[in-house]
Design a protein around this ligand. Structure first.
Ligand code: GRF
Length: 197
């Protein structure tokens, strides 16, 4: 199963995928890692691991439609079975979703449909919930919407900061992303991986 992973930041979830592949625990081919801006540690660590990388810099395009078309083109060049948004902080346009219909996987640091958006951890804390968590789901054209594949709860503890809670969530998120990809890879091997939406 060929995957392209999209990142905007440090890519620690991506690193968990790289580590699992390197250890022979996850049978996927990371065809490429792409970012929406230059200088991300996610791209740097991928290049260091010998993975193809590309940057489609949002700021280099005059509008979102042009950027979206360039991103779609760059990802399609790798002919992925699954595209993983792993801390990719840009909303893609319907054209991208159409091009990778039912193949676009997202991880989110909250229990969707609660607390979608860029600040899922902060918003859960602000609301005062006692339990939050993370979600792996097929992404559609909405913001953190689409069929849920896996979720796991994480308790919010007294004294948590956004950073401490997010770090605990990410420990679970990494495991959930790797185990989800393992299931999808097994389905792909037996020809059962059908795009969903
Ligand atoms: C993850 O929690 C992801 O769900 C969120 O941003 C974080 C990315 O972390 N959107 P990293 O770049 O994988 O370290």
């Amino acid at each position: 199963m060929r995957i392209v992973v999209l990142v905007s930041g440090t890519g620690s979830n991506l690193q968990a995928v790289i580590d699992a592949v390197t250890a022979g625990e996850l049978d996927v081919e990371i065809a490429a890692v792409g970012a929406d801006r230059p200088g991300t540690y996610g791209v740097e660590r991928s290049a260091a691991a010998g993975i193809d990388t590309f940057v489609v810099d949002f700021k280099a395009y005059s509008d979102r439609a042009e950027w979206n078309a360039a991103l779609t083109h760059a990802v399609a060049a790798y002919n992925p079975d699954v595209v993983v948004s792993s801390g990719f902080m840009r909303i893609v346009s319907p054209g991208f979703i159409e091009a990778f219909e039912g193949k676009y996987l997202n991880t989110h640091p909250a229990l969707l449909p609660a607390f979608p958006g860029a600040h899922g951890v902060r918003d859960a804390m602000a609301y005062g919930v006692k339990v939050t968590g993370c979600t792996v789901h097929w992404a559609d054209a909405g913001v953190d919407t689409g069929p849920i594949i896996a979720q796991e709860a994480v308790a919010i503890e007294d004294g948590d900061t956004e950073e401490s809670l997010h770090e605990r969530i990410k420990l679970v998120e990494r495991r959930l992303l790797v185990s989800t990809l393992a299931v999808l890879a097994a389905e792909h091997k037996t020809g059962q991986l059908a795009p969903r939406s």
